[in-house]
Write a protein that binds this ligand. Structure first.
Ligand code: ATP
Length: 202
């Protein structure tokens, strides 16, 4: 099995790229989904988060109100680091479990979509790291449209993530996503063919 770790900043196009790679034949794991899962009420992560940040981050039902938590952590690097120290190892374990399951199922190519792959030091669980990047102005337009959040909120997320230079240093491949979805598709299809189909593999 070959595991690709697909990473990139907010709105860079990870999910779109994953969809395309899935159409090309890969199985996918979305680490963000596991992120949601570990936040569930009364899990170990839930308990540790409430202990660290207080009950004000809960909604009436006792669930973690993600916008409240986001407001807290994206305005303080120290708080974000604390949250990451609680969540990242737990999410990593879930990803490893899923990768092992795919290995047993004899899956050939798996894509792990994870915004935090490099920051959280997950390079050891994949065979290659692929990063996706788009220009800041393009990301701002796309994310504003997708999430209906303002420029400042997006910028705060961007500032909390590693920059493209660090991503480049830690990646086996950089994929640029400044054009249309079709262009992204063409690019990925070519990469896929060279790597997994042609006898002349890279
Ligand atoms: P996040 O980390 O915030 O979840 P992401 O890296 O997964 O973001 P996507 O959700 O794939 O990014 O893309 C952000 C938005 O931009 C989405 O609405 C997506 O449909 C759109 N988008 C991505 N790539 C393109 C493209 N090449 N052309 C037009 N729209 C695009």
């Amino acid at each position: 099995m070959f595991a690709i770790g697909l990473t990139g900043g907010i709105g860079s196009g990870k999910t779109e790229a994953c969809k395309i790679l899935c159409e090309l034949g890969a199985k996918t794991i979305n680490a963000d989904t596991f992120g949601h899962y570990i936040y569930e009420k009364n899990t170990t992560a839930w308990e540790e988060i409430v202990k660290e940040f207080g009950k004000t981050i809960l909604d009436k039902e006792g669930n973690i109100a993600r916008p409240k938590l986001a407001k807290l952590v994206f305005s303080s690097k120290n708080r974000l680091d604390k949250l990451n120290r609680i969540c990242h190892p737990k999410i990593k374990n879930l990803v490893i479990k899923k990768l092992n399951q795919f290995r047993v199922d004899q899956v050939e190519v798996v894509v792990v979509e994870a915004a935090i792959l490099i920051e959280a030091n997950w390079k050891d669980i994949v065979d290659e790291v692929w990063s996706i990047e788009s220009k800041t102005s393009i990301i701002l337009d796309r994310v504003k449209k997708r999430d209906k959040i303002n420029h400042h909120a997006i910028q705060a997320r961007m500032d909390s993530q590693i920059d493209n230079e660090t991503r480049l240093k830690n990646s086996d491949r950089m994929i640029t996503n400044n054009g249309t979805i079709q262009e992204l598709k063409d690019n990925l299809t070519e990469i896929w063919a060279k790597k997994f189909i042609n006898t002349n593999k890279e």
